[in-house]
Design a protein. Structure first.
Length: 145
């Protein structure tokens, strides 16, 4: 089922949304100071092409420790990102979500665009994780707390 959803997603607009992320990554990579943002763009572009069966999570929540992208510098980077590119990627995803939510069949795809819109606001410090890898870890952590 996940494969079918991903193929439908890719054909019905996921390809164009992924190209938007790649374009943002290329623009950021052209400048020397934009390389950290370019990395985040390419990570989320991969997720944008095939979102079903994967989730976008903060690296510090996944690993249990902060790194350069999840600390103070990551927060500053996310604020700069929001001003430069995050808002227009969020508008792109929200517009697609509204268009897809009109039909009942498009609701799963609209929800994926909403998740991508939230990711586009603050992408630094995030990573893509397969759901089968994420859920057993979450269950284990909930039993320990």
């Amino acid at each position: 089922m996940i494969f079918i959803l991903n193929v439908l997603w890719f054909v019905l607009g996921g390809f164009l949304a992924g190209l938007g992320w790649i374009l943002a990554g290329i623009i950021m990579a052209i400048t020397i100071i934009g390389i950290p943002w370019a990395r985040s763009c390419f990570v989320i572009a991969r997720y944008t092409f095939w979102p079903f069966g994967y989730d976008l999570v903060a690296r510090d929540q996944l690993t249990g420790r902060e790194d350069l992208g999840t600390g103070t510098l990551g927060t500053i980077g996310n604020v700069i990102w929001f001003v430069l590119a995050g808002w227009w990627l969020a508008v792109m995803h929200l517009s697609a979500a509204v268009a897809l939510a009109i039909s009942i069949i498009g609701i799963p795809f609209a929800w994926a665009h909403v998740k991508l819109a939230l990711a586009s606001l603050f992408p630094i410090g995030k990573t893509v994780v397969a759901n089968d890898r994420l859920w057993p870890q979450a269950i284990t952590q909930n039993r320990l707390t």
